[in-house]
Design a protein around this ligand. Structure first.
Ligand code: KG4
Ligand code: ZN
Length: 332
């Protein structure tokens, strides 16, 4: 069964075709980063307009690269939320138009659940039972994954999402947008032990996160040391490395603690921040020494894409969870 999926929840216009929830035939992503860069973040109105300009050719390209024509597509899946409402509406309207015109089943996908299926888009079956860390620009969630569609939320951020913290710190350091990859690159030249930023673990046993403290600590460090990011560039790699190390320590420790609490052997890490090189490395090392099997999709499937949505859509379809043409988008 071939599913065409569409994802437009933020600033990537994406379409993909996946066979049987496991074999990615095409995965097209039109990034809008260059249009948002000068504003230092995603501008919702620009995102909607760019999705409108790009969605038709992105969908066409997904079919061409999959070497399939419309007759070989069996269902259409689309992200309905959470995300930017105007952006989501472009994807949802397109998917509805396709479903109506081609008389295809329509499947509504939650963006966060989609991230959990990124591993499948890489041709690997999701391991159950497992613990999953979903670290993105909008969420920092830990789940106990019991089976398809059966996830229990174990913990989440009480303030900023981890990707949001990376983006805000990058802005303080004038590293531009998107901030996560910029900090990742800069940190590679810094000493992670040079500045000791706080690690917030909250109450004993808690699997929740709090990222606002470390973000403020970086701000105070910059202010108290009168650092001008434009002229004092020698200290920036150490700040980036110290911040990244503190965040990754907490993410790794809590994920492993969750796996111990749930008594599972498999750990899944996904979401945009799962492309962070230190998180990947430290998670791999700690999982290996603690006897857990780690599953992380390649970076291109960790950030927003439609292949993961097609994989989720496949299981929703198999469970008979279909949408109709009254389908709408929701922001949160
Ligand atoms: O999952 P995603 O593409 O979109 C959301 O659903 O939010 O995640 C985007 C987030 C951004 O905050 C971005 O800065 C962060 O992921 N990110 C990274 C890296 N690559 C992307 N954060 C840290 N290190 C990276 N290499
Ligand atoms: Zn996302």
């Amino acid at each position: 069964m071939n599913i065409l999926a569409i994802e437009t929840s933020c600033d990537e216009t994406a379409a993909a075709v996946v066979r049987g929830g496991l074999h990615t035939l095409s995965n097209i992503i039109a990034s809008q980063v260059e249009y948002h860069r000068e504003y230092g973040g995603v501008v919702p109105e620009i995102a909607s307009r760019k999705h409108l300009e790009n969605i038709v050719w992105v969908v066409r390209r997904a079919l061409v690269e999959a070497e399939l024509d419309w007759n070989k597509i069996h269902a259409v899946a689309v992200t309905t939320g959470p995300g930017l409402l105007g952006a989501l509406l472009v994807g949802v309207s397109t998917a509805k138009a396709i479903a109506y015109a081609r008389k295809l089943p329509l499947i509504a996908c939650n963006h966060l659940d989609g991230h959990l299926y990124a591993l499948q888009a890489n041709g690997q079956e999701l391991p159950f039972p497992s613990v999953a860390l979903l670290a993105s620009g909008g969420h920092t969630n830990l789940y106990h994954m019991i089976g398809h569609g059966e996830y229990r939320l174990l913990g989440q951020t009480r303030d900023d999402a981890v990707g949001e913290a990376f983006d805000k710190v990058a802005r303080m350091l004038k590293l531009g947008y998107p901030g996560g990859p910029a900090i990742d690159r800069l940190a590679a030249r810094g000493n992670p032990a040079a500045i000791d930023f706080p690690r917030t673990y909250l109450e004993k046993g808690s699997l929740d996160f709090s990222l606002s403290g470390i973000k403020t600590a970086v701000l105070y460090y910059v202010q108290q040391n009168k650092i001008n990011p434009e002229t004092d560039q020698t200290v920036l790699p150490d700040i980036a490395a110290g911040f990244q190390q503190a965040v990754v320590d907490v993410l790794v420790d809590k994920t492993l603690a969750a796996a111990r609490q749930c008594g599972v052997k498999h750990i899944l890490v996904t979401g945009g921040v799962a492309s962070n090189s230190l998180l990947r490395r430290q998670m791999a090392e700690n999982c290996q020494s603690a006897g857990f099997t780690l599953h992380i999709p390649p970076p291109i499937l960790c950030t927003d894409n439609a292949a993961m949505i097609a994989c989720l859509g496949y299981y929703l379809y198999k469970q008979g969870k279909l949408a109709d043409l009254t389908l709408n988008a929701y922001s949160r």
